[in-house]
Write a protein that binds this ligand. Structure first.
Ligand code: ADP
Ligand code: MG
Length: 705
């Protein structure tokens, strides 16, 4: 408090109420746009621009465009027929034009007397009487020159109750205050970075974007081609990357339990497994072990394609924690996957004497209480569950390791919040994050820069690639017949119903309908249904029945995307495949090809399929490598799509756009390294500018010790 009294705030840090025209009420409304200080206002960029820098002669106007015109009122007429409207006809030397108002006042009609010179701005269209503007902005002028603006006119994203004109005036003032001497707007990018990339200095970029000189191309300004916008987008990417790096560095300053681990115990565990570890599994397990023997928390991401065997690697890490006297939490994104992990861990740890608990949102009443109690005062043990594990009521006695499976289902911010779990001391548990969704390197930098990365780049031996075909939905009957033949041979199959963007409910209904239709078409086939809205017991029963081969065909929604493991199921039909992301399709397909027999995947699409759609599905036919598939998908669809909200965990950018600004991504990591070395003092202010402060007033993404 004292500090803020003695050191006057620079204009950039002052509240928007400082500006003429912004009172407490407007300030409260602006806060909804995340705008509190003048600096925030400067980084609130226009959505688009209008050209009011010149007057267009009426004779040169064309429909569909917007223009500034100036003319003399020729006549005015209030029409009562139909919808009442006021028509005002204006003309200049080159022609005439109608202005149409549906809402108007008596004063308005009196003001617009014939002979009055008015200027107006609006969009042109063809009406009853030729070219017209509906509800243009207009004003009465003495001379046309008065109308022209010296710069292009910015159009800002608005919040209710703060009109465009108020925002424009506020930004103008903020620019004057902050860009003048002592205004406090600092360019934190080193000059070398600017010149190397052709970026303008910050003040110039802001000036250009808020008040572009009239000769600039509006289209270029809006679609991100202008150096001014590129520079800001780049700075924003850089800030996000730096935030993750900083988060990692400060998190590593906590203490963590040092696991002590006898190799004999590890060997005994491995020998009890029904398979031999692959080289990649051994390597990654050793990397994890080295991390966990340190007194600082591990933050490690294990990337490995579907079926590469990540779970057992996590189990080895868990074994380390247990042997050192700690608890382990294993979190999965769905109930189904959590149940499967629970089963696997229960089997693998059965001979070790350590308890394996199960906790999901479905667990209620006494059973839940008992589990919570066990976690709160128990010794070494494993808790497998969904995100229910991390609710406030769940207290761990001595949590030493957190495993998060299929991390792409959880957001960056969720992941960061989890780090604080079990953190009533200065100790933090080790963290192991697993994903089968390979994210191309350039994108990983905005997603995973706070993690060390291990890659399982080898599948267990004996896996055969899944033969994939792409067929139109018209061939449905044939496909159904094929399931019949398949089942007769004693094999099992999946039928996956997908509906994107629609509600989960609709997806489940579609699956129910499909199950009925298939039952009619294939009376000899035993069919089970699994979807997200079923009760856990029913889902579980259906899955178990499928596993035990008490049914032949499992009709499912994309809930089976992760986890399900039934080697005898070697045929998968995916409906509406063209509407899914390639990585998601690859994940789904990973459910088959788990046994040693040949297996198949049919990607069914609704015709007609676009050229892009054909290319995309073609990639799945050609490739079985999750990384290759992700890279190709990125190439075809752009990062915005590939990192759709599901995968990014909703990184919200103020200005940058992953699709539009993707070419900037490669520059980010090297520039961040340069900044850390040459201008470390720039990092905190950059984070404050772009990421903001958290609830406790600290800058950046998380708490540091
Ligand atoms: P994912 O990496 O997709 O999570 P899982 O851990 O579910 O893969 O493993 C897929 C299947 O492969 C499981 O049935 C698992 O028991 C089996 N598995 C894991 N490692 C090996 C191995 N080294 N050799 C043979 N099978 C393995
Ligand atoms: Mg898995």
């Amino acid at each position: 408090m004292l500090k803020s009294l003695s050191v006057p705030l620079e204009p950039t840090q002052q509240p928007v109420t400082k500006l003429t025209g912004i009172g407490a009420q407007s300030a409260a409304r602006l806060e909804k746009l995340g705008i509190r200080t003048l600096q925030d206002l400067l980084f609130h960029l226009p959505l688009r621009y209008q050209d009011r820098s010149r007057i267009t002669p009426i004779g040169e106007l064309s429909p569909g465009t917007s223009a500034l015109v100036c003319g003399t009122v020729e006549f005015i007429d209030a029409i009562q027929r139909g919808r009442p409207s006021l028509i005002c006809r204006i003309g200049d030397a080159s022609g005439s034009l109608s202005l149409r108002f549906f809402h108007f006042s008596v004063q308005q009609s009196q003001q617009l007397k014939p002979g009055t010179l008015i200027g107006c701005y609006g969009e042109l269209r063809y009406g009853y009487s030729g070219l017209e503007m509906v509800h243009p902005e207009y004003r009465i002028v003495q001379s046309p020159e008065q109308l022209c603006e010296p710069t292009l006119t910015p159009v800002y994203p608005l919040t209710e109750g703060v009109p465009q004109t108020t925002l424009r005036k506020a930004v103008k003032q903020a620019l004057t205050l902050c860009l003048s001497e002592g205004g406090g707007i600092r360019d934190w990018l080193p000059a070398a970075v600017l010149s190397r990339n052709g970026f303008p200095p910050l003040a110039e970029a802001l000036q250009t974007l808020h008040n572009p000189p009239p000769h600039l191309n509006i289209a270029e300004l809006s679609d991100g081609q202008s150096p001014a916008l590129r520079r800001l987008a780049f700075e924003e990417f850089l800030a996000h990357h730096l935030a993750l790096l900083q988060g990692k560095q400060s998190f590593k300053r906590w203490r963590a339990p040092e696991f002590h681990f006898e190799n004999a115990a590890k060997q005994a565990f491995i020998e009890r497994l029904p398979f031999r570890l692959t080289g990649a599994q051994q390597r990654v397990s050793a990397e994890i072990q080295a991390d966990c023997e340190q007194a600082q928390p591990m933050l490690r991401l294990v990337q490995g394609d579907v079926g590469s065997g990540k779970t057992v690697v996590a189990a080895l890490a868990a074994l380390m924690a247990l042997h050192s006297g700690y608890q382990v939490a294993v979190m999965a994104p769905t109930e189904l996957l959590a149940e499967q992990h629970f089963r696997n861990f229960s089997t693998w740890f059965a001979d070790t004497g350590y308890p394996v608990h199960f906790l999901t949102g479905q667990l209620k009443g006494k059973a839940r209480q008992a589990t919570l109690q066990a976690l709160a005062d128990g010794g070494a043990g494993i808790a497998v569950g969904t995100h229910a594990l991390f609710q406030d009521q769940v207290q761990f006695h001595k949590l030493g390791l957190i495993v998060i499976d299929e991390q792409h289902r959880f957001g960056v911010h969720q992941r960061l919040a989890l780090r604080e779990k079990g953190s009533n001391t200065d100790m933090r548990p080790h963290q192991l994050v697993m994903t089968a969704t390979p994210i191309p390197r350039t994108l990983a930098m905005l997603q995973y820069s706070d993690l060390d990365i291990s890659i399982i780049d080898e599948l267990p031996p004996g896996r055969r690639p899944v033969t994939t075909s792409v067929l139109p939905a018209e061939r449905r009957e044939q496909i159904i017949a094929r399931i019949g033949h398949w089942v007769v041979q004693g094999r099992q199959a999946y039928w996956v119903c997908t509906l994107i963007e629609e509600s989960e409910q609709m997806q489940c209904e579609a699956a129910e309908k499909t199950a009925v239709l298939l039952t009619q078409a294939l009376p000899a086939v035993r069919i089970a249904l699994v979807h997200g809205r079923m009760k856990t017991v029913d889902k579980d029963a259906a899955m178990q029945a499928f596993k035990r081969h008490e049914c032949d065909l499992l009709v499912a929604t994309t809930v089976i995307e992760v986890g399900v493991d039934v080697p005898n199921a070697g045929l998968m039909i995916i409906e509406n495949a063209e509407r899914l992301g390639l990585s998601q399709l690859h994940q789904l397909r990973g459910r088959v090809g788990r046994g040693d027999q040949e297996s198949f995947c049919v990607l069914m699409y609704q015709a007609p399929l676009s050229l892009l759609g054909k290319q995309r599905l073609g990639i799945l036919k050609e490739s079985h490598d999750g990384f290759v598939i992700a890279e190709k998908d990125l190439e075809l669809r752009g990062p915005g799509e590939v990192m759709g909200s599901r995968q990014t965990g909703q990184i919200q950018f103020k200005i940058a756009d992953l699709g539009r600004d993707r070419h900037l991504l490669d520059l980010v990591a090297p520039t961040a390294a340069e900044l850390q070395k040459l201008a470390p003092e720039a990092i905190a202010p950059l984070l404050e500018r772009w990421i903001g402060r958290n609830e406790t007033g600290e800058i950046g993404l998380m708490h540091a010790p």
